[in-house]
Each structure stands twice: as structure tokens, then as C-alpha cells.
Ligand binder design. Structure first.
Ligand code: FAD
Ligand code: FES
Ligand code: MG
Length: 278
């Protein structure tokens, strides 16, 4: 169990895909759900969304960006290595419905990996799905082909203009809101991106789902670490989410809480890099 059967580096090695043998999780998981993984006995537990599952093969796929100590540790795992433990599926699955109008799926950075199974499920449910994906530059773009297959229309944006539309995903979204009959927007990516998307869709009164990524520890609603404020009420993203009505989310509080341990995270990553290079 939990053996890495396929490993692939993307976005110049800053993003890693692992297909992992986890038959019980693969059988139950639905789009939008996540797992919590641990590399070794003293390692921290981190949440990652399932980018894909194959119930017949008994595997789940995670795609993570290397941002600190634990993701850097995971990057050292090779095909044939095992995670110590993986729990899941956790969180509520995405509410996939047939919408009376176009569905626009907006993804930024590694958020595209989380968005992919959700986009595919909305298409399979009979919706007309338009996808917009973005990255800072062409080399950091992930899953373009998969997103093309999962949607009816794909728009690609890069901040530096090295590929596709020169600009932000929000520029294309604004155009679509004015020209199409958009009834639902799903936005997954960095917190500022989700906040800007919500500001725009609010003006057009278009329902918007976002997937929140607060710090999580147990993932089962017991520690309170993942609390977020939605519609003025405290919610636990691990059990009440991770998806919420974006127009109700307090994004500024989420940004602040995500930065709570920046100094300690930086120290621990530096120490890890020193040991790795020793
Ligand atoms: P650190 O240096 O420890 O942290 C870097 C930043 O990551 C922190 O500043 C903080 O903002 C965040 N973070 C740190 N610890 C946690 C934690 N325990 N839980 C959540 N965030 C944390 N990332 C992906 O690349 N792909 C995914 O599919 C993905 N899915 C996620 C799904 C959920 C439900 C959540 C809550 C987060 C998801 N993340 C995903 C974010 C991922 O968990 C963090 O990037 C990871 O924990 C960072 O760990 P680190 O030790 O490498 O970095
Ligand atoms: Fe502990 Fe959500 S992670 S309550
Ligand atoms: Mg960490």
C-alpha cells in the first residue's frame, strides 16, 4: 500500500505528480476531495487534493508544488518508494449539477490540478464547460492537454505573455461574463486569484465556488486549525468544505492565517536543504 507507481516532474521540476497505490481510497473518492499524507514517522501531515483516481487500477494521483520542507521531502521519493500513511478521502465532494447556462472553470498555478477532475465532472454531467487556466510563464503551465479534453473551450493565459493570452485569467473571465450566459464559476488557485475572481463575479451576480486551502492538521474536524469565516460564521474547511460560496468567504483572514508560521516554515526548509546537500 501507498507505493508510488508513477512519478513525473512538471513545470521545470517545481511541480511533482505521484500516482500512488491506494485501492480503498481510489474506490471511494469523488472530485474535490483530498487526502492527508505523511512521509515518515516524524514527518508532518499535509493535505493534497486528488487530481485523479483510477478505481480499477487502485491508484490515486496527487500533483503538488514544492514550496517548503515537506513537499521538498516528498520530491525525494522515487517510483517504488512508499508513503508511511495516507488518510482519505476527506472533505465534501464538489456538488456537480446540471446548470442552466455555461459553467466557467478558472484555475491558476497548481490549482489547475485540483480543478481538472471537477471540470471533467461538470462536462460529464451535460454542462457546456469553458475553462481558463493561467500561470506566470509558459514553462510553469500544467495539464493544458487534460484541461482541453475536460472542457468544451479552453483559454490559456500567461502573466508574461510567453504563451496564450497575455494577462490574467480574470481578464478572460470578464470578457466571458459579458459575452456568454455564465451561470456558475468554479475558481481554484492562489488566494489572491480566487479573491479577484469573486470580486468580478459578484458584480455580475454569478454564483462562484472556491476551494479553500487553510492550514490543516487532523483533517477530520477536531483540531480547529482549518477554521475559515464564511458568511460571518466559523467553518472548518476540512469537514464543511474545502469548497465554499466564494462571495461569502473572508479572504483577508484566510491570507493572514496562512502566513501564521512563515518564519518557522522558512527555518525548517533551510535546515532541510542544508541536510539534503550535506
Ligand atoms: P511549508 O513551508 O510548511 O508551508 C508553505 C505554505 O503552505 C505555508 O505558508 C502555508 O500557507 C501552507 N501550509 C503549510 N502547512 C500546511 C498544512 N498543514 N496544511 C495546509 N497548508 C499548509 N498544494 C498542492 O501543491 N497541490 C494540491 O493539490 C493541494 N491541495 C490542497 C488541498 C487542501 C484541502 C489544502 C488545505 C491544501 C492543499 N495544498 C495543495 C497546499 C499544501 O498542503 C501545502 O502547500 C503544503 O502543506 C506545504 O507544505 P510544506 O511543508 O512543503 O511547506
Ligand atoms: Fe483540524 Fe480541520 S484540520 S479541524
Ligand atoms: Mg510544512
Amino acid at each position: 500500500m501507498f507505493e508510488i507507481v508513477k512519478r513525473q516532474e512538471m513545470a521545470q521540476g517545481s511541480v511533482v505528480l505521484n500516482e500512488i497505490n491506494a485501492p480503498l481510497i481510489a474506490k471511494k473518492a469523488k472530485p474535490g476531495q483530498f487526502v492527508i499524507l505523511r512521509g515518515h514517522e516524524k514527518g508532518e501531515r499535509i493535505p493534497l487534493t486528488m487530481a485523479d483516481t483510477d478505481p480499477e487500477k487502485g491508484t490515486i494521483t496527487i500533483i503538488y508544488q514544492v514550496v517548503g520542507k515537506t513537499t521538498a521531502l516528498f520530491k525525494t521519493l522515487k517510483e517504488g518508494d512508499r508513503y508511511l500513511d495516507i488518510i482519505g478521502p476527506l472533505g465534501k465532494p464538489t456538488d456537480i449539477e446540471k446548470v442552466d447556462g455555461d459553467v466557467v472553470c478558472v484555475g491558476g498555478g497548481t490549482g489547475v490540478a485540483v480543478l481538472h477532475p471537477i471540470t471533467r465532472a461538470f462536462k460529464q454531467a451535460g454542462n457546456h464547460v469553458i475553462a481558463i487556466i493561467g500561470a506566470r510563464t509558459k514553462d510553469l503551465l500544467i495539464l493544458e492537454d487534460k484541461m482541453k479534453a475536460a472542457s468544451h473551450e479552453l483559454h490559456v493565459c500567461t502573466d508574461d505573455g510567453s504563451y496564450g493570452h497575455h494577462g490574467f485569467v480574470t481578464d478572460v473571465l470578464k470578457e466571458l461574463l459579458n459575452s456568454k450566459n455564465v451561470k456558475l464559476v468554479v475558481a481554484i488557485g492562489p488566494v489572491p486569484m480566487m479573491k479577484f475572481v469573486c470580486n468580478i463575479t459578484k458584480e455580475h451576480n454569478v454564483k462562484t465556488l472556491v476551494s479553500l486551502n487553510p492550514i490543516m492538521v487532523d483533517g477530520t474536524g477536531m483540531c480547529g486549525c482549518c477554521r475559515v469565516t464564511v458568511g460571518g460564521k466559523t467553518k472548518f474547511a476540512c469537514v464543511d468544505g474545502p469548497e465554499f460560496d466564494g462571495h461569502q468567504v473572508d479572504f483577508d483572514e484566510l491570507t493572514q492565517r496562512l502566513r501564521s508560521y512563515l518564519e518557522q516554515e522558512k527555518q525548517s526548509y533551510e535546515l532541510f536543504k542544508t541536510k539534503l546537500n550535506a
